[in-house]
Design a protein around this ligand. Structure first.
Ligand code: SAH
Length: 206
């Protein structure tokens, strides 16, 4: 997976490749799909949600440009897979999921696997989480119509926010937002992606 799906497509950051190599993807999906754990695409995880394609997870984490010791906020815990990968690079990961069932299963799974620097919370991630802000990086694993303002406000100066944005609920452009100072943000488009919708106050209506 690392050589054929990630390195071959231009993922170069050693910390990201190592983290992707370490986290057992098969432990984050239902037994029925275990044989497909390393396929080059997303897989269903219940509640009409998916675990993202490995390449997209690696690309988004690389775009966060994390330094050692960083604190990261993830929106859309899903299976907990991306949080586990992030936890191998960041010092602390806060992850928010709106579906209660997914919160419990991710929390249980991450604990069982020994990932102890991840806090899983239930709620509307479009509002972020003020308790641990500001963040070095914020990663959103669902697509919204616009960049949620609360997430921009909770980003450190110099921090990166990576989020799929699009007027279509299933097709987006991946954005890397860089906070330059208190008021200025730079946005770069990093290519077309397809995520499940980001549903919440600063996202799509239910
Ligand atoms: N990172 C996950 C994939 C997540 S799929 C993994 O590695 O498995 C996107 C997730 O975002 C879904 O579980 C969906 O329920 C969740 N989601 C959508 N809108 C949300 C919101 N406003 N707050 C928190 N989670 C949200």
């Amino acid at each position: 997976m690392v050589a054929e799906q990630l390195e071959a497509r231009g993922i170069t950051e050693t910390a990201v490749l190592q983290a992707m190599n370490t986290v057992p993807r098969e432990k984050f999906i239902a037994d029925t799909y275990e044989a497909h754990a390393y396929v080059d695409g997303p897989l269903p995880i219940g509640e009409k949600q998916t675990i993202s394609q490995p390449y997209i997870v690696a690309l988004m984490i690389e775009l966060l440009e994390l330094q050692p010791g960083s604190i990261v906020l993830e929106i859309g815990t899903g299976s907990g897979y991306a949080a586990a990968v992030l936890s191998r690079i960041a010092a602390q990961v806060i992850t928010i999921e709106r579906h209660e069932k997914l919160v419990w299963s991710a929390q249980e799974r991450l604990m069982a696997l020994g990932y102890d620097n991840i806090i899983v919370m239930q709620g509307d991630g479009t509002l972020g989480c003020d308790d641990f802000a500001p963040y070095d990086g914020i990663i959103v694993a669902a697509g919204g119509p616009t960049v949620p303002v609360p997430l921009k406000e909770q980003l450190k100066i110099g921090g990166k926010l990576v989020i799929p944005i699009g007027s279509n609920q299933r097709k987006q452009q991946l954005y890397q937002v860089n906070r330059r100072d208190a008021y200025q943000f730079n946005e770069k488009r990093k290519g077309p992606v397809s995520f499940v919708p980001l549903i919440g106050q600063a996202g799509w209506q239910e």
